[in-house]
Design a protein around this ligand. Structure first.
Ligand SMILES: *Cc1c(COP(=O)(O)O)cnc(C)c1O
Length: 243
């Protein structure tokens, strides 16, 4: 059973413990993509998952410098399943990339906690804004899985999704009016980053599939960085005024 513990980009949560119990009762292995939840807030192994994967390109590098991934599991799983695959396919991180990412790990906890604190403040500042149809953030009481987010992560995390009421034109006007926050498809970075999923990360899906997933033309994904919180809120409010 494979799932993202927090989904990209609409920030839906999966109850890791509940799904693991159901899967294990059928003898299935549970593999969790824990990128959006982060290693700081999500102890997926402790909640019953067997294998955890991270794109270390994101919060672990933390400054958009290198590409990489991490697979965590039992020694037996790594030795018998992962290592033979790596040997035969050649996927191997360069020493320099590994060094950069290990340096990133040294500050991961500080960065991610600061990002989540700003994320909470931004979500609270934006909720109910006239230009927005919705603010999706697991740390808001209005999030449909707010209780699960608190139980599973103890935090709303570092990612937000906001839906502009004016659709794609409004979303693009908003993105272009931002000054501090940059447009890019990375996430988990020390710099705050915005993405328009419908025309980038999820452009290959059909309009119907995007509709089903809630990826509307007005949806903007925000990865919160470690800049001053008030600067970020001002930047977003100014850009919304320009819409
Ligand atoms: C980026 C990302 C991936 C893929 O990672 P790469 O480093 O690009 O291979 C997988 N899952 C999630 C949730 C991601 O954000």
């Amino acid at each position: 059973v494979f799932f993202e513990s927090m989904s990209n980009p609409t920030l839906e949560l999966v109850d890791i413990q509940a799904v693991s119990e159901i899967a294990h009762a059928q003898g299935a292995l549970v593999v969790v993509d824990n990128v959006f939840s982060t290693p700081v807030f999500s102890d997926a192994l402790g909640q019953g998952a067997d294998v955890i994967i991270y794109s270390s390109t994101k919060h672990i590098d933390g400054q958009g410098r290198t590409l990489g991934g991490v697979i965590l599991g039992t020694r037996e799983h790594i030795r018998k399943v992962v290592e033979p695959y790596m040997k035969h396919t050649g996927g191997s991180m360069s020493p320099f990339t590994a060094w950069v990412q290990l340096k990133g790990l040294e500050t991961l906890d500080l960065r991610v906690r600061a990002q989540a604190q700003s994320g909470q403040a931004i979500a609270e500042a934006l909720e109910g804004h006239a230009k927005l149809k919705q603010v999706i953030y697991p740390g808001l009481p209005s999030h449909k899985q707010a209780a699960l987010a608190q139980r599973q992560m103890g935090s709303g995390g570092t990612m937000l999704a906001i839906e502009l009421a004016g659709g794609k034109d409004a979303a693009f006007a908003f993105l272009n009016a931002l000054d501090v926050i940059v447009i890019s498809n990375n996430l988990g970075d020390a710099k705050s980053i915005v993405t328009h999923p419908a025309t980038t990360t999820h452009q290959r899906l059909s309009p119907e599939q995007r509709q089903t997933l809630g990826i509307t033309d007005g949806l903007v994904r925000l990865s919160v960085g470690i800049e001053d919180t008030d600067d970020l809120i001002d930047d977003i409010l100014n850009a919304l005024n320009a819409v």
